[in-house]
Design a protein around this ligand. Structure first.
Ligand code: GLN
Ligand code: ZN
Length: 758
């Protein structure tokens, strides 16, 4: 019999229950117990949705982040969060977001750094290390979840992050080598596995996705050492790799003394044969046969066609699962009542993916005829999608064929352009600006919701949005900022807003995916050729500009980010989809310019996260990603200033590509990492203007004027002052006006201090 299991289930809840519970708790509106109870309810519900699998994950549920959970399990809590008043949950949230509900509004610690989980749009809290880091085991979280699972009769397979991936994900703050901590870390892992054994656990899933990245010899050796030390632990270990191919780590992964290996058979299908040959006969092989990263139905016939021979070969040793944790897909397609029915019939969310898994297992074990009906239905949906005229638009194909390099080339170099722009814009030194969005107030949300539900007509909705824009302009005048934004009140989300106005996109109602903590995104579904039927932002930007003499930035989302933050087609290369998006955004850029907009910001917040996990593929990706940005942005006249914005980006290794985009100004996130990110800009001598973020908008804490001046001075040591801008790390939509106004006041005051040279 084929064993079925799941690597992880989305924890946010089909209706984002966890998000709302967290936010109530943080505001002090509900006690900790209410949050814990909701967590338990969600886990129970999610396990029931996984019923029928041979193993369900336990420990995949997290109140904020699974990596932060692991840090707490391993006793790796930053010094600054220790010894403060309150319960363990308080220190947890202090590290997660800089404060616990009981803390005063000044906040008491700075939050842990956040970065992207491999090549996904999920963000984790970076483990902090130093040479002095010591670990200690805390099983309380796992104990609670295991006890609950046991009480519910769940066939539990605990999930933990493996020791090497844990170290790999972290950062040594003192420049020491993380690998030196391995000897101190391994006894804690050994104790954890012992504890699982005492709890009567049979299998533990040890996530080691670092194995799909380029590892040097010291890391490979450390893998061997670590798993040698953890063998004979009394539980069986399933070493889980996902998101890509093992490549030069394949032999190593197969040889580690564990009891089973999970391979992402969506992204590493080509390696399945090789792994089967390498893997010892007494190990199980778990194949991730359903795409845990995308929303399309699995082609069950095609999957069975390659899986049946594998099953004949492996017999009982075959396990099947989704390719990775289902954290990256929405919960349940059944919630979608207003999704375009044709598109809907092509999709599978987490619940449906597990159903596909059950069907595959039955077909493997009892023959396809046992699931005939399901297979016929699946094949019909796959065929309909393939043949749909809504997917292919010959006009778009023709436009793509007309792309030439000239489309992405500005007339003169940045130095010349910037002189022209300066003459026109007349900005002071250290110009101040924001990244685009201002707080999304309950009133804004209500107006958008009313409009969507037809309770508010077009005219009333526009009046409401104009009032919000006017408010933003007023506030920016009062603050004394130099370059204004309209505030993005009309945008639910920076990708969805544009996707809704483009052909080729469909939208779910509840297709939420966790981005970090309580933040969720609802990635649009890019199913067909992309076309822009009409201008998307011009009326809002020109209205905003009509209210002020200060330059108003036009605000767009770039093609690469549109691509990386959507669920995209799996029937053509990503670069083809990206070029289609680039042409659509280009039309908008040119329309904005024609309407008199002098600064246009094209956000590429997600450029880096699309970077494949391997260096070699990375070069290829960067080439076409930059090409697409240039197509979108560089059709403007030289006096038009192009900005781009990127969040969370580590620029080492991609800085040449970033420079190649040739944006006049780039704003980036830097405040949490203390301007460390600027190292790349320094070493490379990035030629254009930079706004390093000075306000951590992911934390409710308000930076003081002195802190901002300090950060800018650090930046000034690396980048000449005449090329520096001052701005927050990212958009302000998740903050409240109460937080934003004092922070920006401090920012403007800091600019005055710097201009005065004080
Ligand atoms: N312009 C967007 C905003 O301000 C940028 C958001 C982002 O980079 N994630 O919200
Ligand atoms: Zn950002």
């Amino acid at each position: 019999m084929t064993t079925t299991h799941n690597l992880g289930f989305p924890r946010i809840g089909a209706q984002r229950e966890l998000k709302f519970a967290l936010e109530h708790y943080w505001k002090g509106e509900t006690p900790a117990q209410a949050l814990q109870d909701l967590g338990a309810q969600l886990r129970a519900k999610h396990w029931s949705l996984q019923a029928g699998l041979d193993f369900a994950p336990v420990g995949d549920f997290s109140l904020y982040d699974q990596v932060l959970d692991m840090s707490f399990t391993l006793g790796n809590i930053p010094e600054r969060a220790r010894g403060l008043p309150g319960a363990a949950l308080d220190s947890y949230f202090r590290v997660a977001r800089g404060r616990a509900p009981a803390d005063s509004s000044c906040g008491c610690v700075h939050a842990g750094e956040m970065t992207k989980w491999f090549d996904t749009n999920y963000h984790y809290i970076v483990p902090e290390f130093s040479a002095a880091t010591r670990f200690s085991l805390d099983t309380s979280r796992l104990q609670e979840q295991l006890a609950q699972a046991r009480a519910l009769g769940v066939k539990a397979k605990p999930v933990i992050i493996g020791p090497l991936t844990y170290l790999w994900l972290g950062k040594a703050k003192d420049g020491s080598d993380r690998l030196d901590l391995l000897p101190a870390l391994l006894p804690i892992y050994a104790a954890l596995l012992d504890w699982f054994a005492q709890e009567g656990i049979e299998w533990v899933q040890v996530d080691e996705p670092a194995l799909v990245t380029d590892l040097d010899a010291s890391w490979q050796q450390a893998y061997a050492t670590a798993y040698e030390a953890l063998r004979n632990s009394g539980v069986k270990l399933l070493l889980a790799t996902y998101f890509g191919r093992l490549e030069s780590n394949l032999a190593l992964a197969c040889a580690l003394p564990v009891d089973g290996l999970h391979l992402d058979a969506i992204n590493a299908r080509a390696e399945v044969g090789h792994v089967i040959r390498e893997l010892a006969q007494d190990k199980i092989l778990s194949l991730g046969v359903i795409d845990g990263r995308n929303v399309w139905k699995t082609d069950l016939h095609a999957t069975l066609a390659w899986l049946e021979p594998v099953q004949r070969q492996l017999g009982e040793r075959l396990w099947i699962a989704p390719s990775c944790s289902l954290l990256h897909v929405p919960v349940d397609l059944a919630s979608e009542q207003s999704l375009d029915p044709e598109v809907r019939s092509w999709l599978a969310f987490a619940v449906q993916k597990l159903e596909e898994l059950r069907i595959l297992a039955r077909a493997l074990d009892h023959g396809r005829t046992q699931v005939q009906e399901a297979l016929v239905e699946n094949a019909a949906a796959i065929d309909r999608r393939r043949a749909s005229p809504r997917v292919h638009n010959p006009e778009v194909a023709a436009a793509l064929a007309r792309i030439t390099p000239a489309l992405g080339q500005r007339a003169q170099a940045h130095v010349q352009r910037s002189a022209q722009q300066a003459a026109l814009l007349k900005l002071p030194a250290y110009p101040t600006t924001t990244i685009g969005s201002f707080p999304q107030t309950p009133a804004i949300r209500l107006a958008r919701q009313g409009f969507r539900r037809g309770q508010l007509d077009q005219a009333d909705y526009e009046t409401a949005m104009r009032a919000e824009i006017a408010r933003c302009v007023r506030e920016q005048e009062a603050l004394g900022l130099d370059v204004f934004v309209h505030g993005e009140a009309e945008r639910n989300d920076m990708v969805e807003y544009f996707g809704e106005q483009l052909e080729g996109y469909a939208f779910s109602q509840y297709g939420w995916v966790q981005s970090y903590g309580s933040r969720c995104v609802k990635p649009p579904i890019l199913f067909g050729d992309v076309k822009r039927p009409h201008p998307m932002t011009v009326k809002w930007t020109t209205y905003a500009q009509s209210l002020t003499d200060k330059p108003m930035k036009g605000m767009l989302t770039g093609p690469v980010t549109m691509l990386n933050w959507s669920f995209v087609r799996d029937d053509q290369p990503r670069l083809v989809t990206c070029r289609q998006l680039a042409l659509a955004i280009r039309e908008e850029v040119l329309d904005l310019e024609a309407a008199g907009v002098r600064i246009i910001q094209i956000d590429e917040a997600a450029l880096r996260e699309g970077l494949p996990l391997r260096r070699e593929e990375g070069m290829d990706y960067l080439r076409w990603a930059v090409e697409c940005f240039r197509i979108a942005a560089n059709g403007v006249r030289d006096e038009t200033q192009i900005h781009t914005h990127m969040c969370y980006s580590e620029f080492n290794g991609i800085i040449a590509a970033i420079a190649d985009m040739d944006a006049d100004v780039i704003t980036i996130e830097t405040s949490r990492s203390n301007m460390e990110l600027l190292d790349a800009f320094d070493g490379f001598r990035y030629p254009n203007d930079i706004g390093p973020g000075v306000y951590d908008i992911h934390s409710p804490n308000i930076p003081s004027q002195d802190q901002i001046v300090g950060l800018m001075r650090q930046a000034g040591q690396r980048i000449p002052a005449q090329r520096l801008w001052i701005n927050p790390d990212c958009g302000l939509k998740t903050r409240t006006w109460d937080e934003v106004l004092p922070a920006l006041r401090n920012m403007v005051a800091a600019a005055h201090t710097l201009r005065a040279g004080a």
